[in-house]
Design a binder for this molecule. Structure first.
Ligand code: AMP
Length: 273
């Protein structure tokens, strides 16, 4: 596995590669969720690139940028074993200059839900993903459904900026008890981890209600909020796949999302129904 930090070196190296390039952007502390993106990329592309970059512009003041988990050596090993062809490990100075051209998240979709809790977060996400796309020039790029709003906004960016990149959504990987894998799960104490299960349980309950043909959004959200007690819930929302709020679940076309604070850790989860 080739490891490159320098942007120009990467671009030069990539010019010599042939075949479809599959790209998996990450912030490191890799787990099985990231691995399933890499596996999917391996299946569909001839050359797989993983980037690890903890992007400062997507963190708000007071968030966990400084203490975001980092496991450089373990991450390299995981990528190597997974058959990644190239690991891109840029430094902040490789990606950002002093006076930056800016890319903003859309005013509506970028500022609801996660974007309301973290205003400006998605501008940072889109800025870095745009830069990474320009550096790597992938044919396919893989993103987790777990970060549904991020996935939605990146898909929108690719469409609106006329990029020739196929965005591939990948299913959420969970622990056997239902907890969605996240690099931030390591912040959870034993007790908090038990509390955190209420998030996936609430989504499971929502799917049971839908299977019983109870489709009214308000009713489903009410039941979910009961299960989520006493967590500090940022939002529970039921949307269509274009991220519009809906009154009634339409099977095959809806997403149910939860964001909750468990201790000091903000956790996200969702199901696509
Ligand atoms: P991150 O390193 O948290 O920025 O995540 C990098 C990519 O992995 C994003 O596309 C995430 O949506 C995806 N991802 C994170 N957790 C999971 C998971 N549990 N299952 C599937 N994909 C995930």
């Amino acid at each position: 596995m080739k490891i490159i930090s320098d942007v120009l070196e990467l671009k030069t190296y990539l010019k010599e590669q042939k075949g479809k390039v599959g790209f998996v952007p990450t912030m490191g502390a890799l787990h099985d969720g990231h691995l399933s993106l890499i596996k999917r990329a391996k299946e569909e592309s001839e050359f797989v690139i993983v980037s690890i970059f903890v992007n400062p512009t997507q963190f708000l003041a007071g968030e966990d940028f400084d203490k975001y988990p980092s496991r450089d050596e373990a991450d390299k090993k995981i990528c190597e074993v997974a058959g990644v062809d190239l690991l891109f490990l840029p430094q902040i100075e490789d990606i950002y200059g002093r006076d930056e051209v800016s890319l903003s998240a859309p005013n509506i979709r970028g500022y609801v839900l996660e974007g309301a809790t973290r205003p400006g977060h998605f501008s940072g996400v889109l800025t870095v993903v745009n830069k990474l796309f320009n550096i790597v020039n992938p044919d396919l790029a893989y993103f987790g459904k777990k970060d549904a709003q991020q996935l939605n906004l990146i898909t929108l960016m690719v469409k609106q900026l006329f990029m020739d990149i196929t965005i591939v959504p990948v299913d959420t990987v969970r622990e056997s008890d239902g907890l969605a894998l996240s690099s931030r799960n390591i912040y959870l104490s034993k007790d908090e981890r038990v509390e955190a299960l209420k998030i996936s349980k609430s989504l499971h309950e929502a799917s049971i209600l839908v299977s019983k043909n109870i489709l009214e959004a308000e009713l489903i959200m009410e039941k979910m909020l009961e299960i989520l007690q006493p967590l500090d819930v940022g939002y529970v929302a039921i949307l269509d796949r274009e991220f519009n709020f809906i009154k009634s679940v339409e099977i095959g076309k809806s997403v149910i999302l939860v964001e909750a604070l468990v201790g000091d850790t903000r956790l996200l989860d969702n199901i696509w129904i």
